[in-house]
Write a protein that binds this ligand. Structure first.
Ligand SMILES: Cc1ncc(COP(=O)(O)O)c(C=O)c1O
Length: 395
């Protein structure tokens, strides 16, 4: 592949401290001091009180929804965008909630705030809004943000593909919701090989998340008072083995944390470079592509190509032309397009094609006429010019 979705995301300088650790006698590789250091530095960078390093962005989704399940054991609805990744919706299913699909706005790729509010007013069993900041664009509009605040509605932010995106108030996406989720998969803004972070400002939630991450064990809690609580209430059990709730093991390792600490040093400069790349790309590409994204505070990681108008023949030409030029792409853009069209959703609810197009016309348009290609920090301007010339030749 001449032009992959991502290249050089993990550098030799990231691996050197890993090699140093591996070269010591009897190194500790499971979760330890480096994981804690990475979590603290991440919290500082993001502007939240607590972060937990987990083994993927999907695991961070799962923990965020598992935490919500502790608050609402009876279940209920969770508002989700149709334009997101499968693990967001799967977490909702596995935790016994019902996903309520809402369309997005084309300029933010995030939930359409007006439709969210309409649904919140229509149903009285909506437990949370689980929004996705897709492809580095702020997905939380101001009106929705104020509505959620004034109605005290629980918000989960999925920032797995938008590290460093700024909200309208200048804070970073992921510092606003009750919990937020990040992914450090290879092609994202930074990578720990596999990995993710779940973040919150709420101490009780943090304690619960620590236990949810690690078999539900009370000894995983941070506070002695939490551990004491469980030991006092279960004096017949060994304090090392008190399993407080049904839970998971989704911890990460010292190796991932060391790579994460290295990557974090470059994150802000990589974000700037990618934003520069995306702006240049948008300037150069043909006008048949949608360009009116709301890019204030953007943290792009992929060049999004969405046809302004439906044009199945042009779409085929584009796909064939990109393949012929060895440019890797993903059709449907983030997450494979409209989640309502995927078998794990469509078959479960027996959604008809007509229903899906009616409820989520914008996501559906991107599903059919959208794709993305890579945007990485070491991209040269001449490569952006080449990409644009390939696109022009296909129109
Ligand atoms: C929006 C979103 N959420 C969750 C995930 C899952 O992250 P991971 O691949 O680390 O499990 C992704 C992955 O690409 C994503 O884009």
């Amino acid at each position: 592949m001449k032009y992959p979705l991502m290249r050089n995301n993990i550098l030799a300088e990231d691996l050197r401290p890993v090699i140093d650790l591996l070269s010591t006698q009897d190194p500790r590789l499971t979760s330890g001091p480096k994981v804690e250091e990475f979590e603290n530095k991440w919290s500082e960078w993001l502007g939240v009180k607590y972060s937990l390093f987990v083994n993927s962005g999907s695991s961070s989704n799962l923990l965020a929804v598992a935490l919500l399940k502790e608050r609402f054991p009876e279940g209920g609805k969770i508002i989700v965008p149709a334009f997101t990744w499968s693990s967001d919706i799967s977490s909702v299913f596995w935790m016994g909630f019902e996903p309520l699909f809402v369309d997005i706005s084309l300029d933010t790729l995030g939930l359409d705030g007006k439709q969210v509010i309409e649904n919140l007013e229509k149903y009285n069993d909506v437990r949370a809004v689980f929004l996705t900041h897709a492809q580095g664009i702020n997905g939380l509009d101001e009106k929705l943000s104020r509505y959620l605040d004034s109605h005290e509605i629980y918000l989960i932010e999925d920032v797995c593909e938008s590290h460093g995106t700024k909200l309208k108030d200048g804070r970073k996406a992921g510092s606003r919701g009750h919990t937020s989720c990040f992914s450090f998969y290879y092609a994202h803004h930074m990578s720990t090989i596999e990995g993710g972070m779940v973040c919150t400002n709420d101490l009780d939630s943090y304690e619960a998340l620590r236990m949810l991450r690690s078999h539900g064990m009370s000894r995983e809690a941070k506070l002695e008072s939490t551990k004491d609580f469980w030991s006092r209430n279960y004096p017949d059990l060994n304090p090392q083995f008190i399993f407080t709730r049904p839970a998971f093991n989704v911890r990460n390792t010292e190796i991932g944390a060391i790579i994460g600490l290295q990557q974090l040093k470059r994150l802000d400069s990589a974000i700037k470079k990618r934003a520069f790349n995306f702006n240049k790309f948008l300037d150069l590409i043909p006008d048949v592509f949608f360009k009116d994204f709301q890019l204030d505070g953007q943290s792009n990681y992929a060049f999004n190509l969405i046809l302004r108008e439906p044009d199945p023949e042009l779409m085929i030409r584009l796909e064939e032309g990109l393949t012929a030029s060895e440019i890797e792409y993903r059709k449907g853009s983030a997450g494979g397009g409209n989640q309502m069209r995927q078998p794990y959703v469509k078959d479960m609810f027996s959604f008809s094609d007509d229903f899906i197009s009616r409820v989520t016309p914008i996501t559906d348009h991107i599903h059919k006429y959208g794709l993305y290609i890579g945007n990485f920090p070491d991209l040269k301007e001449s490569e952006i010019e080449w990409l644009s010339s390939v696109l022009h030749s296909l129109i």
